[in-house]
Design a protein around this ligand. Structure first.
Ligand code: SAM
Length: 272
């Protein structure tokens, strides 16, 4: 029998349990969007006492759409740059390096806080070119693991909203100036979601909140060398891909309201 792992995470780290739970929900669906082949087993091996996960069940489609688009961008990068480097920031317990089949010629860094990487190491067996880096992305330490000579993809899913804006800009600066060429893929939330997050029952239960929102003019001003490749509403994607016919009109209605359409968007930028 496979062993279970007791997980005691609080704050932003505990949110990885939600996204993993939602990927498992998607994988269980008769018509999965992402179909993460690892989510069921990995979630089944975790013992935790974070309650309130039921409150976010309805978001399985948005989380699966978000992950599927980022997987697609990651595969595209690795096809173009088989010797490239992927910085998987705030990786949580996501199986992305295994899902996308990062080739042995590539270098892959999974970066998350030490307590998360400790659990990750116990739950996943990864090939040698996938390096687990236990560090806060706001510290300098993790950058020592980065190869400054490789074309680089930074993929940060469900991370930047938990960091103060200056930390987000500092990470972007570091990737842009510290690698020969880079693609940056990440999701960001609308400003109105920041105060709302303080009152969200699940976030209150685990003790976290959003700290950053998407400010396109500020981002363009701070990072003038970047060119935007994509800007996608996750709710538009959910409306298009929702497998349950009775939920589809709800997402379609959400996607028509600009404030909700912008609630979470996926961005891709390049230095080329
Ligand atoms: C919503 S979870 C997303 C996890 C994963 N990307 C996914 O989609 O399942 C947020 C993740 O960001 C990580 N995180 C938050 N602040 C961080 C920091 N300062 N340094 C590294 N990781 C951080 C948390 O530990 C957690 O794993």
């Amino acid at each position: 029998m496979t062993s279970t792992e007791t997980v005691d995470l609080r704050g932003a780290a505990a949110t990885l349990l939600m996204t993993l739970y939602l990927r498992r929900q998607d994988a269980r669906s008769p018509r999965p969007i992402l179909g993460d082949p690892y989510a069921e087993e990995v979630y089944g091996r975790i013992e935790h006492d974070v309650h309130g996960l039921w409150q976010v069940t309805g978001d399985a489609t948005t989380v699966a759409c978000r992950a599927a688009i980022l997987d697609g961008w990651t595969r595209e990068f690795l096809r173009a740059e088989p010797d490239g480097q992927v910085l998987h920031l705030g990786c949580g317990l996501d199986s992305r390096p295994l899902r996308v089949g990062a080739p042995p010629s590539s270098r892959w860094l999974d970066v998350d806080q030490a307590e998360v990487v400790d659990v990750r190491r116990r739950l996943y067996t990864v090939p040698g070119h996938v390096v687990q880096v236990p560090a806060s992305v706001t510290d300098d330490a993790w950058w020592e693991a980065v190869d400054p000579a490789r074309a680089t993809l930074m993929v940060a899913e469900g991370l930047f909203m938990y960091l103060p804006p200056e930390d987000v800009h500092a990470i972007v600066d570091r990737v842009v100036t510290g690698t020969p060429r880079a693609v940056l893929a990440f999701d960001a939330v609308a400003p109105w979601t920041v105060p709302v997050s303080r009152w969200t029952p699940t976030f209150r239960a685990i003790g976290t909140e959003f700290r950053s929102a998407w400010q396109p003019a500020t981002f363009a001003h701070r990072h003038p060398s970047l060119r935007e490749l994509d800007d996608i509403s996750v709710y538009d994607e959910a409306a298009a891909h929702e497998p349950r016919p009775w939920v589809r009109p709800l997402f379609a209605a959400v996607a028509r309201l600009p404030a909700l359409q912008d609630a979470m968007r996926l961005h891709r930028f390049t230095t080329d």
